[in-house]
Structures are given as C-alpha cells and as structure tokens.
Design a protein around this ligand. Sequence first.
Ligand code: FDA
Length: 300
Amino acid sequence: MLRRSLLAASRSPGLRTTLVTAPVTRRVVRRFVAGEDAARALEVAARLLADGLLVSLDRLGEDVRDPAGAEATVRAYEKLLPELPGGVEVSVKLTALGQALDEDLALANARRVCVAAARAGTTVTLDMEDHTTVASTLRVLDALREEHPGTGAVVQAQLRRAEEYCARLAYEGSRVRLCKGAYDPPPSVGYTAKADVDKSYVRCLRTLMAGRGYPMVATHDPRLIEIADALRMVGGRDHDSFEYQMLYGIRPDEQLRLARTGARVRVYVPYGEDWYGYLVRRLAERPANLAFFLRALRTR
Ligand code: FDA
C-alpha cells in the first residue's frame, strides 16, 4: 500500500519540486547515488574495483520526451565509455533514449551506445522499466543482439510472464539480469503479493541457472542469494559463469562478503542530476529507508 502510494506520488510534479529542492534530500540521495557527474561516478567505481567488485554505471535519467534529451543521453554515454576501466559496464534505460517518442529512435540511439561500448571493450545492459515498455524493450534487445550479442537483458520476477521470458533468454552467451521489479504493474500483468514475487524469482532462477546463458542475480534478499548459491552447486556451475548484482549503498558488507567467497559481484552505481525517480523507487522498496528520510527531514 505504502509502496503503491509512494510510486503514485512520484508522478506528482508538486512533490517532485518540493523534494528536489529540499537541501536535506541531498543527504539521503548520497546514500544511493554516486554523485551528480561522471567524474564522481568514476571515483566510486575505482573504489569498488579496488575492493574486488565489478560495476555497472547508470547515468540517471528516464522518460525523455524530446529527441534533444535523448541525444544528450547518447552523448553522455559516448563520453563516459572510453573512460571506463576494466570491470565496468553500463546500464541504460531506453526511455532515456527516446522510447516514449519512437521505438526506432530508441533503437538507433541504443545502437550508438553499444558501438561506443564495443570500442571500449565493454557491454551494455538494458534496464527494464514499467510494464508498458517490456514488449518494446525486448524487441530492441533482440535487434541489438544481432550485432552486439553481449547486450544484457533484464527480467522482472514480478511479471506473470517472467518465467516465459527467462526460458526464451536462457541461451548460450545471453546475459540476463533477474530482479524482483521496482515498478507497480496491474494485477493482470504482475503479482501483487511479495510472496508470489519471491516464488516467481525462484522459478526464474532455476530456469536461468539450468540454462546456457550468463545469469545476473540482482537481489539483496539473503534467502534468494542462498538459493542461487545452492543452484550453482547442484548445477555444477563455476563462479565465472554467473554473477550477483546489488545496488550501490545497499548491503555493502554483503557485497564484499560474497566477493570474498570467490563469486563475481557487480554493483549498480547510478549517477547524474536526474535522481528523483530512482530515489523514490528505493524509498518505496523499504519502509526503513523512508523512516531514514523522514528522520533526516526532522533533524534538518
Ligand atoms: P527485497 O526488496 O525483498 O529486499 C530484500 C532485503 O534486501 C531487504 O530485507 C533488505 O535487507 C535489503 N534491501 C532491499 N532493498 C533495499 C533498499 N532499498 N534499501 C536498503 N535495504 C534494502 N528493477 C527494475 O524494475 N528494473 C531494473 O532494470 C532493475 N535493475 C536492477 C539492477 C540491480 C543490480 C539491482 C540489485 C536491482 C535492480 N532493480 C531493477 C530493482 C529490483 O527490481 C528491486 O526493486 C530491488 O532490488 C529490491 O528488491 P530485492 O530483490 O533486493 O528484495
């Protein structure tokens, strides 16, 4: 209920202005976002790499409504990619590349980002956004993979069709990030009970871990991480054949612990000025984060 209200409130322009301009918001933002520019993101990435972690950098921005905004996103990635050290890839949202305007424009823009990534010797993962964008994002993914087979996909376990997507994507060389899903699909499209999302996650995990692709197990949930490890052992997968992924600022000790077991662990590091939607999704996920935010407001 709280999650639904927060996600709905995130679309209110009034609330957005109030939050973005409140100085205290910045303190909370710093916990989840590396900084407002690429230089700061690269510093954070270097620190994580030194700790034995891998990184996916995400330039914040979504829901671009004009071609100039989409062009600015492409240029920012084209500028960033040559700067990346080994062990760092990028995550990209198609709505920041113009998906809401025109799927072909988003595809052309995503191609440019993939070309820049290939030149830099790294890969791109297409984040998955709200349920209305899923079919289009999967079409763009298929088209990109013709030339850039390393392009990563995302499956949201909260979707009723998640298992079907996993089965389709579990082929040789296919990088698939499995997450619970941060949006709020209608009951006809997604599971509403947390327990059902978790069960779906386990079914998807079984499919991906038994398949021939490269699963990217994106969760902070200790039970799901244990299940992934058990499936790795049962399936005889070695540590290099999949990775765990977590968000910057969430369970950093667990990230290090897992890496010390020999697992590959990638931290998703968002940066940029347009952090509002990302922050609200993190607050919506966990009442404790909201409490942290409200406490910060009170002690301003
Ligand atoms: P869950 O929310 O059940 O949390 C399990 C435990 O993890 C909690 O008990 C707590 O200990 C800890 N935890 C989780 N969230 C926390 C938070 N915000 N603050 C502090 N502790 C927290 N979604 C999407 O729709 N499209 C996408 O492309 C992506 N991409 C993506 C990449 C990566 C690397 C990750 C880790 C996640 C995503 N997500 C995403 C977000 C994902 O769908 C989901 O909303 C969050 O990961 C939270 O779900 P958990 O699996 O962590 O479980």
